[in-house]
Write a protein that binds this ligand. Structure first.
Ligand code: FEO
Length: 394
């Protein structure tokens, strides 16, 4: 695949990671891209780079356009190594290039690479004239690292926000209108849920900062470039950042001998009977980074585990640890499980829900050994009650 001119004089020169399936614990069934952009003006600017093993691919694309030694600036919008991992090698080829980055970016790059590069440090609101273009830098701390920054080019109406608006989609398509909206939304939601979810307030600030800008293209650092669906993806980000949810339920559970699963299915019956759509996710067959996508827009979260060794199952421990870190708020929770003796799992799950600040309007269900028909009928009734509760909150 060749370089792609996304605006006159602005090129995508990134790398496609076709085969990556696990991005630090986040499953990426479609692979991903690391998007670097080359701006040709009186000064030549490379915006971000690629993971170290795709350096040659990026370099080949740059060579189609210019002699890479002529690069004047390497702009690092974000320190994480999927974007900074090729700066060192790029500087070996363009040793005179300055590295533009934020204050936190300089600190982070020094800690990562132990090099005394020629840094050009910018603050939020600073700009840099590179010829007919002016690059404007806006610091977006914690979207999703302290150093994160976006770059705006008014003359091109182009926003380069690094990880924000990204999606892990690796392929030959470069633009949003080359892929179905449903796939884009799913991957952008998964990306938001797994990477950006804890930072809703910071995302809201970043979106507010974009309010006055004339933008007709957004080039994130992963996946496709937005040009046709900008209002749609902005709408989704506004909802996700506000932790806005729909009246639907997510049941996440694991089971040892099938009792907790029976409870899960009875709850589902009760919820569905009352008109609430339900997504069922067994931790035995679903990975946590996929389940978080379901959680992103679900109002009612039901979590179930049998008791094992005075607590919940280890698979549930991994899931609860993950959601404690991602901090989804404004949810209604409900815990359930089965036990032989002890029976601590349900209470331990409720404690995590309380830490997250979720509403717990109904006491959890905790059944000994194997539920009988009456208990399952009562469980179905609890599902029915929960459905009515979340619908009444509307
Ligand atoms: Fe795509 Fe935060 O790196």
């Amino acid at each position: 695949m060749k370089k792609v001119e996304i605006k006159p004089g602005v090129y995508w020169v990134g790398g496609v990671d076709w085969d990556i399936r696990n991005f630090h614990g986040y499953l990426t069934p479609r692979g991903t891209t690391y998007n670097a952009y080359l701006i040709i003006d009186e000064k030549i600017v490379l915006v971000d780079t690629v993971k170290h093993y795709l350096f040659d691919e990026m370099l080949a694309r740059i060579k189609e356009i210019i002699d890479p030694s002529k690069i004047d600036y390497i702009l690092s919008n974000h320190v994480e190594m999927d974007h900074s991992g090729s700066i060192s090698r790029m500087l070996e080829i363009a040793p005179e290039a300055k590295v533009i980055t934020s204050v936190q970016g300089e600190r982070g790059l020094r800690r990562h690479y132990k090099k005394n590069w020629d840094f050009h440090v910018v603050k939020s609101g600073d700009s840099l004239d590179i010829g007919k273009r002016k690059l404007v830098f806006v610091h977006t701390p914690m979207v999703h690292w302290p150093d994160s920054m976006l770059t705006y080019i008014e003359i091109d109406k182009l926003l380069l926000p690094n990880d924000a608006f990204g999606q892990h989609i690796g392929g030959s398509e470069r633009f949003d209108d080359q892929i179905e909206w449903g796939i884009l939304k799913e991957e952008a939601a998964k990306y938001y849920a797994n990477i950006v979810l804890p930072y809703g307030k910071q995302v809201q600030k970043a979106i507010a900062a974009l309010g006055g800008l004339d933008i007709d293209m957004i080039g994130p650092s992963h996946g496709i470039i937005w040009r046709s669906y900008i209002p749609r993806i902005l709408d989704e980000y506004v909802k996700w950042a506000a932790n806005a949810t729909e009246n639907k339920a997510l049941i996440v559970y694991d089971t040892m001998w099938g009792s907790t699963e029976k409870i899960a299915y009875s709850l589902r019956e009760g919820l569905e009977e009352a008109g609430v759509p339900v997504t069922m996710r067994s931790l035995n067959t679903n990975q946590i980074s996929d389940i978080i996508t379901d959680l992103l827009t679900s109002k009612l979260i039901l979590i179930g585990s049998p008791t094992l060794n005075n607590g919940y199952l280890p698979s549930m421990g991994a899931f609860l640890t993950y959601i404690k870190g991602l901090k989804p708020i404004n949810r209604t929770g409900f815990a359930f499980g089965s036990f032989g003796w002890g029976g601590q799992a349900v209470g331990e799950i409720e404690k995590v829900m309380e830490v997250l600040g979720w509403e717990l309007p109904v006491k959890g269900i905790n059944l000994k050994y194997i539920p009988d028909d009456d208990e399952l009928l009562a469980t179905k009734g609890v599902g029915n009650d929960l459905a009515k509760l979340i619908c009444r909150e509307e």
